[in-house]
Structure formats: C-alpha cells, structure tokens
Write a protein that binds this ligand. Structure first.
Ligand code: MG
Length: 340
C-alpha cells in the first residue's frame, strides 16, 4: 500500500469562535492510500485545543512504517500504529475503511450491517458572538436543530436571545468553560429555555465534579441531559464517566477512527448512556466516515462540511438538517475534478 499526505486547508464560512479561541481557517491533512488500482481517502483534523497542527499530523503520517499489502488486516495494522495524535491515526483508519469498501464493492454502512434511513437531523453550530448577533444568525438560518457555543461570559443572555428568535431544538456546548458551582447555577437557569442537552460544562479530567453536578441538578429537579465531549475520547473513558453523565459525544478524531468509535459507542450503550456523533471542522471525507455509523447514534452533530466554503469532495448530501449517507462504495465520496 502506498501512502501520500496532502495539506488540506479549509476556509470557514464565518469566523468560528468557541470558548478555547477563534479561527477563520482550519488546517487539516488528507491521506491517500493506494492499493491495487484503488484509492482510499482519509482525513486528519488539526484541532488547536488538542495541540495538533497540520505539520505535526503530516509528520506522523509521513513517518509511518510500511502498512503491508493487505488492507483487510485492519485490526493488525491499526493496533501496530505508533503512538501519536488520534486525528492522524483516524486518517489511516478512515482511508483503510474506504479501501475495504471499494475492494468489496459496498458502501461502508452495509459492511457494518446498518441501514441508511431515517437518521436523526444534524445540528448546525453557532459560534460565540454578541447575543443579538447569534440570535440574528439563528433566525436567518431557520434551522430545526441548533448547537450554541457558550463561554463563561454571560451565557444566559445568548440563550435567552436565541430562544426568543426560534422554536428550534437547542443544544449548548460550553467546551469545558465553567466551574462546578457556576455550572450548577447556569444549567439550572438555562433549563428554563427548553434545552435538549448541555455539552461539556466542566473542565476535562474530573469525574467527581461531573458526579457532583449531576447529583445537585437531580436534587433541584433539573433534568437537562449532560453530555461529555472533551472528557471522553475512547471506550476506556466512557467506562470512567458511566453514571457521571447522561451521554457521550463520539468523534472519529478523538477515537482515532471508525473501529474505536464503534467500540466507544458499544461501551456507552452497555452503560445505558446516550450517544451524540459529532465532528471537528472537517471536509466530507471525515464526516462521511462518521455518517456511515450514524444509524447507531441518538443525536447527530455532523455539520463540518456546512461550515466550510471549500469542501474538495462530493458525495455527502444534506437537505436542510437531514443528512444522507453516501451510496457509493467505501466512504462514497470522490474528489472534485480539479483536486487530487
Ligand atoms: Mg463539544
């Protein structure tokens, strides 16, 4: 199998601000694995929060030892990958799965034994801005499921302004910005705005504070579900957070690809937890891979390709908030003619 690594810079349609920082571009990496006249595509998203850069991800992929000549040996190949960024490992996993489907002439979801419809609608993410700007954007979008990024700075004003402008389902994501006491007060107040769920209210790495928060909310009669994102990367973390949160956010860039994403989903189910399948800022390559396992999940947050202006692949289709799993072989996405 022959690997080639290509920088893939994504232009965001609007500045994307979360509690960790803001960006107008994201610098991802496209991986091609060629074998027997077929090409598998994979993507690694460089997320500033995790300390990955286009250069560090490219360096990892360029220095991989040979993967051998049997793309069906997924378990062996992926288990032997050197330690490194999960996003870079995800690119290898996704490209191998794409090849796998292409060699067998089937879309991935069929190889996983899944059926393609109906999927839950995906949310559309609104970055942090002045409350009236966020509310105006939500009104203009007229979208049925909205995910609101919140910081530590008066988050209730943003939610109140948005709730006034829409009857859409609302999820909020604090990206680890709140302290436990603050989160308790905020979620209690925010629960009046009919939120579907609250994502990662507290910093990562502290299961006890999540347990405390959940218990306190319960005592107050607040039933808004709490989901862990940054805190839970793989199946092992799911087990640690069982009982401390209502659900987990699964992303291929955190798990290191589809195989560990499936293990993470099954572990969450075994613990009676809900699952939201999400993405980073990614092109249709990464998000299509996620789409093929979407039938296993309760909520979808797969808006990556909608946030960028220069997706260089086609095949993943959206109609409003409805996402359609590509029907082509493998991932089912192809590069636009002027690309690779
Ligand atoms: Mg999140």
């Amino acid at each position: 199998m022959k690997l080639s690594v290509h920088p893939m810079t994504l232009d965001l349609r609007t500045t994307f601000r979360v509690s960790h920082g803001a960006s107008d571009q994201r610098h991802n990496v496209l991986l091609k694995i060629e074998h027997d006249g077929l090409v598998g595509y994979g993507e690694a998203a460089a997320v500033p929060y995790y300390g990955d850069t286009q250069e560090s991800l490219s360096a990892y992929l360029n220095c991989l030892p040979p993967l051998g000549n049997d793309p069906f040996a997924l378990e062996e190949i992926l288990n032997a990958l050197p330690a490194g960024a999960h996003a870079a490992q995800a690119a290898v996993d996704i490209a191998l799965h794409d090849l796998w489907g292409k060699m067998l002439g089937q879309p991935l979801y069929r190889l996983f034994g899944l059926t393609p419809t109906p999927l839950p609608p995906t949310s559309f993410t609104i970055g942090i801005d002045a409350p009236e700007v966020m509310a105006a954007r939500v009104k203009e979008l007229n979208y049925p499921v909205i995910k609101i990024k919140l910081g530590a700075d008066d988050p209730e004003a943003a939610v109140a302004a948005i709730r006034k402008s829409t009857s859409a389902r609302l999820r909020v994501d604090a990206n680890a910005a709140w302290e436990p006491e603050q989160a308790l007060e905020l979620i209690t107040r925010l629960s009046r705005y009919n939120l579907e769920l609250v994502e990662q209210p507290l910093p990562m790495g502290n299961v006890e504070s999540y347990l405390w928060l959940r218990q306190q909310l319960k005592t107050r009669g607040v039933t808004t579900p709490i989901f862990a994102d940054e805190s839970v990367k793989t199946a092992r973390d799911v087990a640690a957070y069982a009982g401390a949160v209502d659900g987990v956010v699964v992303k291929l860039m955190k798990t290191g690809g589809l195989r560990e994403a499936l293990r993470t989903i099954h572990t969450a189910r075994a613990h009676g937890m809900k699952i939201m399948l999400s993405c980073m800022v990614e092109s249709s390559v990464g998000v299509s891979a996620a789409a093929h396992i979407a039938p296993l999940c309760d909520h979808l947050d797969l808006d990556g390709p909608l946030l960028i202006a220069n997706d260089s692949f086609r095949g993943l289709r959206y109609e409003g908030a409805n996402l359609f799993i590509p029907q082509g072989v493998g991932l089912g996405v192809l590069p636009l003619p002027q690309q690779l």
